[in-house]
Design a protein. Structure first.
Length: 683
């Protein structure tokens, strides 16, 4: 087999393997839609009217991150939130704490360990406020509650000792809220990995077959309730694992109630409202964190229809429209949406620490109207004729002002006929990105990085000079194409470059202490820890970053170095452009600094063994140094170019600069046909 054919075969085989990995986990089966159990037999008598009945509200909080090292005000605010907001103003019967209760990070950003003091601080707030005596508290683990945890039965699994639900449940559980002939099921799904590694590789969630069976059992046990609210910590896109029937986690809550989660912390405030309806009518509602943003969520269940509003702690008045339902969150396969048309009143919950309140409503461009308070409840109503809004989307605006002059307003689109607007792009992307997306991205970046090299080698071979005769090409483009082709013609550089992404995808990254004192070995596709296997998750994203930030620029820099070496052999009197040389030196310095920082990151996270046996983090530095050195000292006979190619290169302005004796440079660039034959034979 020729050298060109071998390179092409190796590259093609690698890309096929990566693509098969990216699509191999895409199979999905949907749970069969069941008729909505929310609609009773006498459904015509159940609809939103002017009475405070069949109306319930709940609260969700997530990502508290109790820390002994950072932001001491966080605990004070959380305590005040419970005492002043939950117990005195909102008074929900149920509160969901959807994970990352504690921070579990040491004084350094990369160290991670379960901290007993943090759990004691969390429990002390619950006990001091006596909130669990008045409110049903549903807490569940997040990835920070599972950092560096050998197993769910480990001694330092403080969730089992100091949380509210941990002592009763190892993993997932259910709670049935039963009031006024309404049964609402809350199903908490523990998606934490077992064992739980140190950060940063503890970002994704996982459901084993056994834990999936447990979730399916809970789904069956709650099927007779009026409504089911699912909650957990991880968004569904980063929870992998399948049931024995091939179902994904998202399939479980498809055609069911919404799934409430946290984990993403508003993505650096880029996406403050992350909600999305996935394929199969699977509504996912991610909530911003209490850690920095002090966010919480109020949900309402009004005659079978669920609405919600996300609020910043301390902001009053809080407005939650319960009827009509926000059209964006319609669940036609599950909720009795016909009740919007049957309803006689617009219904709004308004919460404030002030008793006096003025609440107004505006529909489309109509006049503002005052709402009436129902007794001393937080419910405000306004009689309406829903048939006036029977077709298409309409807008409702509600404004409230309390006795202290504080104002707030909400606005959204609603529909009576089931029309629904589109979700925003950023939440759709964020809540859809998962492991498969990163694997696919890795394959694409591999093609972008190596594709040009393989193509140029296969297309031009040793006849690189033809690249310089192409019409309409700029000098910089010609230079880039030529230096890449030159790099592709050198086996000792090309084949290590092809092998690099192949090794990153399938070879071991490092050996280190990922969990407690157990030596582990980590691959992109998973890790082996103390005889247990942890599927690969967030490491796929780091692999994509590695290719984009390091590997792709390194190929360009290496090809530039090869071109300089070529010029030193065949045009020794020509001075290299200073700008090109400076840019190459600066870029190489940045890449080396990036690799040093990356290697030190593994040191702090997983110990010295992750650096000594860091086949990717430390090995990347060695890889860079070795290939750069090889490109610098390439012998003259390694460049298998024809006489015509060398003459074309000499006569071109490919390498800008000046020579003291141009004729000497041209004479030295000529290679005889006998030399070419000898070079080809040697290679």
């Amino acid at each position: 087999m020729s050298r060109n054919g071998g390179a092409l075969l190796l590259f093609t085989g690698f890309v096929v393997c990566i693509l098969l990995m990216s699509i191999g986990d895409q199979r999905s089966r949907q749970v069969q839609a069941e008729p909505s159990s929310a609609a009773p037999k006498n459904g015509h008598t159940v609809f939103p009217d002017d009475r405070y009945r069949r109306l319930h509200h709940f609260v969700q909080v997530t990502d508290l991150h109790v820390s002994m090292y950072r932001d001491s005000d966080r605990l004070k605010d959380f305590s005040n939130f419970i005492e002043e907001t939950l117990l005195q103003v909102i008074k929900p019967p149920v509160v969901i704490m959807s994970g990352d209760i504690v921070d579990s990070l040491g004084a350094s950003f990369m160290s991670s360990e379960q901290n007993l003091k943090e759990w004691l601080a969390y429990r002390k707030i619950l006990d001091d406020t006596k909130v669990t005596e008045k409110i049903t508290w549903l807490d569940i683990r997040g990835n920070h509650d599972n950092l560096n945890l050998e197993s769910v039965t480990a001694e330092n699994n403080y969730y089992r000792k100091y949380s509210v639900r941990g002592p009763q449940n190892n993993y997932s559980y259910k709670y049935i809220y039963d009031k006024d002939d309404e049964k609402i099921a809350f199903v908490g799904v523990d998606t934490c990995m077992d064992p739980g590694s140190r950060r940063p590789f503890n970002f994704f969630g996982h459901l084993t077959r056994e834990r999936f069976d447990e979730v399916m059992r809970l789904k069956e046990e709650t099927s007779a309730t009026n409504y089911t609210i699912w909650f957990g910590h991880h968004p569904s896109s980063v929870v992998f694992g399948r049931s024995k029937q091939g179902l994904s986690f998202r399939d479980v809550f498809a055609n069911s109630g919404p799934y409430l989660c946290g984990h993403y912390h508003t993505v650096f405030n880029v996406a403050n409202e992350m909600y999305y309806m996935h394929t199969g009518n699977a509504l996912e509602l991610e909530l911003g964190d209490f850690k920095k943003n002090r966010k919480y969520r109020i949900l309402s269940y009004d005659n079978g229809l669920l609405n919600f509003v996300d609020v910043r702690f301390g902001k009053f008045p809080v407005i939650l429209v319960t009827n009509p339902k926000n059209a964006l969150y319609h669940m036609p396969e599950y909720e009795p949406l016909y009740r919007i048309a049957q309803s006689t009143h617009i219904r709004v919950l308004v919460f404030s620490d002030e008793a006096d309140m003025d609440v107004k409503v505006k529909l489309n461009d109509e006049e503002e109207q005052f709402l009436t308070r129902v007794d001393k409840t937080p419910l405000f109503i306004f009689k309406w004729n829903s048939s006036k809004y029977a077709h298409g989307l309409h807008r409702i605006q509600v404004a409230a002002e309390d006795g202290q002059g504080r104002k707030n307003s909400v606005s959204f689109q609603f529909s009576v006929d089931g029309s629904r607007p589109s979700f925003n792009l950023i939440p759709r992307i964020v809540l859809s990105l998962g492991r498969d997306s990163f694997i696919f991205g890795y394959a694409i970046l591999t093609v972008i990085s190596l594709g040009p090299l393989v193509f140029l080698r296969y297309r031009y071979g040793a006849k690189i000079g033809r690249l310089l005769s192409r019409e309409g090409s700029s000098q910089w483009r010609s230079r880039l194409m030529f230096q890449l082709a030159l790099l592709a013609s050198i086996d000792r550089l090309l084949f290590p470059l092809i092998i690099f992404p192949f090794y990153v995808a399938f070879g071991p990254w490092f050996a280190g202490f990922m969990v407690a004192k157990h030596l582990s070995i980590c691959f992109m596709w998973g890790s082996y820890v103390n005889a247990s296997f942890i599927p690969g998750g967030i490491i796929h994203m780091y692999a994509v970053i590695l290719l984009f930030v390091y590997f792709l620029p390194f190929i360009v820099l290496l090809s530039s170095r090869v071109l300089t070496t070529y010029a030193q052999h065949f045009q020794p009197t020509l001075c290299e452009d200073r700008v090109v040389k400076a840019l190459r030196t600066l870029s190489l310095f940045c890449l080396v600094v990036y690799q040093l920082v990356w290697a030190s990151w593994f040191w702090f996270a997983f110990g010295w063994t992750a650096v000594v046996f860091g086949f990717v983090p430390t090995g990347g530095l060695i890889f860079t140094a070795v290939l750069w050195r090889m490109a610098t000292v390439l012998p003259r006979n390694i460049f298998c170019l024809t006489r015509e190619d060398n003459r074309a290169i000499t006569n071109s302005s490919l390498l800008t600069g000046s020579t003291e004796n141009p004729e000497a440079g041209e004479d030295q660039s000529l290679v005889t046909s006998e030399q070419v034959k000898l070079n080809l034979k040697d290679n």
